[in-house]
Every structure is written in structure tokens, then in C-alpha cells.
Design a protein around this ligand. Structure first.
Ligand code: PEP
Ligand code: MN
Length: 354
């Protein structure tokens, strides 16, 4: 159920409706919009008695939301959600494209700084890097853990980049949340409901990657888990799904971008690195993702991909990243977007290039 407040409803009226919902034994989720506030109701099994709600002061109407996902649905919030970061002009969602770039894994301070310097110089606003890695093999590099989180905090200090990193489990979630600006929940954890719920208790943006075989509804239900706990800053990321195609690691499903846009108000990113697994496919698919209407790109960049501890074959060189930025900057206006480059202090040219 959704309570739509009148445009001129006061804070007190909104609060009174929320209190009433709590008294009924349900949970209110006030979602302010440009025109009016809507209050989502969760926790009800059947219909909520709308008569009482409709008679409350400031209420315009009470609507039944028929979709399985409610808070993530566009029925509940018409305008696109924009995730903002205090003390910075970086944002995910909205008119400006967000670019998250960095290595698959943080391997050392030197490696992280060399790559961060180059992606910052090319205009990225967000730095990615795995501290805790979900690896298919238990014998593969599992990440530097806390040491990597500390390195990324230094990267934030030095380059002004916001940090995106994955929380692999409920045990390390709080630690990751302490150090990161955006908490990533990986494809393999998209239906780890305990982890999603716990991330919902945080007040930090959560980036959810689409599961390897997740439908649109399953994807949005993962977002719903986080939002149902009161954390509305959720970002969706398409990263390819498993199909019979064997020319690429995954099949990047760009058609989900407009489909998600229609169904949900949440920001949508595309990861062409995991989406293809091939360096030569990353730039073309990044261009296509922007053309398809994505709110931004998450991409793996490495200055020595041949020596990378993980995902070297899909990591682009810093020079290619700069080209990608230039290309998507040109596509952006065609789809009514911009690519605001960060202005960073000059960084000494590091290794890499191609
Ligand atoms: C990653 O971003 O490095 C990662 C492991 O992604 P995914 O969960 O999409 O495989
Ligand atoms: Mn990776």
C-alpha cells in the first residue's frame, strides 16, 4: 500500500500518518518526491484498511501497489533516485554519468595509488577495489581484507575519490561500512537475504550486482530487502548473466537497463568488465551501456593486467580508460546526459598505457 500525501501536506501531517501506520502494526517508509511525499507501507500481509488512512489530514489518496517489489518500484516514487555524497559533487543517478573505476582487487598500496592516480586524472569520481573477494576457487587470492580497506581510505584522502568495495558476508559488513563510501553486494550474494537485510540497517549506499541468473523481479526484490529495512540508497548494477554464449565470460544484458528504468526509480549502472570478461569488449559495451541509458559505468582498470591477482584479462589499461571517458563524454549529450570530469591535481604518469 502507498499513501500519497497532498503537495501542501506539512511535516506534522506526514508524521501523523507514519504514527498511524506504526499503530496498525506496519512499517511506514516516507519517500519525499519533487511534488509530494509518498509513504510506502510494508509488513502487511493482506490489504490495509484504507478508510482510516484516507481520512487523515494531508492525505491525497491511498493506492494498492500490485508489484512484488514496492519501495523499489516506480509506482511508489516517480522521480529517479539520486544517491549523493556529503562533501562532494559526486552522485550516482541524475543527469551526470557516474564512473567507478579501479582494479578488481587491491594488491598493494603502490598498485592502488598508481591506478587511482590515473583514473582520477581521467575524470573518475569513484574508485573501486576488492578487499574481500568472492573467488570460485578457495585457493585463489581472497583479498587483503582490512589492509586493503585502509589503503582505499588513503586513496580517498589523496585523490578525493569515493570508495566502492564489496562486503562478502555479514561478519565483515560493518567493517567494510566503516571504511567505504558505497558497499557493494556481489552477484553471488544477490540473494543472500541475511546480508541484504543487514545492509538495510546501515545508512550508507548499497550497490547490488545482478545475480548470474537473476530475473528483473529477483534483482529488484534484492533491492527491496535492503530498502525494507529503511536504507533507500540502493544502486543497481547489471554485470552480465550466464548464457550458452561462450565467446565471452557472461552475456551483458543491456536490455535490462530500459526495463529497470521503467520498473524502478533506482539508479542503474553497467559493469562491462564482468559483463564480458574480455578487455577488447569493454569499451564498446561501455559506449553501448551509456547509449542504452545507464546512469554510469563500473569498470576494472589495471596498470599491469598481465600480473593482476584477479580478473586481469578483463581489466583495461589506464590509457584505454581515458579513451573510454572521452567516448562516453561524446555519447552523453545524445541521451541527455553529461560527464562532468573531476578536476584533479596533476598526477605523475605511472606505468601502463597500450
Ligand atoms: C567485482 O566487482 O569484482 C565482482 C566480483 O563482481 P561480481 O559480483 O559482479 O562478479
Ligand atoms: Mn573482478
Amino acid at each position: 500500500m502507498l499513501v500519497v500525501m497532498k503537495a501542501q501536506a506539512t511535516e506534522e501531517e506526514i508524521q501523523a500518518v507514519c504514527d498511524h501506520i506504526v499503530q496498525l502494526g506496519f512499517r511506514p517508509h516516507p519517500l519525499p518526491g519533487a511534488q509530494r511525499t509518498a509513504i510506502g507501507i510494508t509488513g502487511n500481509q493482506g490489504e490495509v484498511n484504507r478508510g482510516n488512512l484516507e481520512s487523515l489530514s494531508g492525505v491525497a489518496e491511498v493506492i494498492r501497489v500490485s508489484k512484488a517489489y514496492k519501495l523499489a518500484s516506480r509506482d511508489v516514487k516517480e522521480e529517479d533516485t539520486v544517491v549523493r555524497f556529503a562533501g562532494s559533487d559526486a552522485a550516482i543517478g541524475g543527469r551526470n554519468l557516474a564512473v567507478i573505476a579501479g582494479p578488481c582487487s587491491i594488491e598493494s598500496r603502490e598498485q592502488a595509488f598508481a591506478i587511482a592516480g590515473q583514473v582520477a586524472a581521467a575524470g573518475a569520481q569513484f574508485f573501486r577495489g576488492g578487499a574481500y573477494k568472492p573467488r570460485t576457487s578457495p585457493y585463489a587470492f581472497q583479498g587483503l581484507g582490512l589492509e586493503a580497506l585502509k589503503i582505499m581510505a588513503e586513496v580517498r584522502e589523496r585523490f578525493g575519490l569515493r570508495i566502492v568495495t564489496e562486503a562478502l558476508d555479514t561478519e565483515t559488513l560493518d567493517l567494510v561500512a566503516e571504511w567505504a563510501d558505497v558497499i557493494q553486494i556481489g552477484a553471488r550474494n544477490m540473494q543472500n537475504f541475511t546480508l541484504l537485510r543487514k545492509a538495510g540497517l546501515l545508512r550508507k549506499p548499497v550497490l547490488i550486482k545482478r545475480g548470474l541468473s537473476a530475473t528483473l523481479e529477483e534483482f529488484l526484490m534484492a533491492a527491496e530487502y535492503v530498502m525494507s529495512e529503511g536504507n533507500y540508497e540502493v544502486i543497481l548494477c547489471e554485470r552480465g548473466v550466464r548464457t550458452f554464449a561462450d565467446h565471452a565470460r557472461n552475456t551483458l544484458d543491456l536490455s535490462i537497463v530500459p526495463a529497470l528504468r521503467h520498473a524502478s526509480h533506482l539508479p542503474i549502472l553497467v559493469d562491462p568488465s564482468h559483463g564480458t570478461g574480455r578487455r577488447d569488449c569493454v569499451l564498446p559495451m561501455a559506449r553501448a551501456a551509456v547509449a542504452a541509458g545507464a546512469d554510469g559505468i563500473m569498470v576494472e582498470v589495471h596498470d599491469h593486467p598481465e600480473n593482476a591477482f584477479s580478473d586481469g584479462p578483463q581489466s583495461i589499461y589506464p590509457a584505454q580508460f581515458a579513451t573510454m571517458m572521452h567516448e562516453i563524454e561524446q555519447i552523453a549529450p545524445i541521451v541527455a546526459r553529461t560527464l562532468a570530469r573531476r578536476v584533479t591535481a596533476p598526477v605523475a604518469a605511472g606505468a601502463g598505457g597500450k
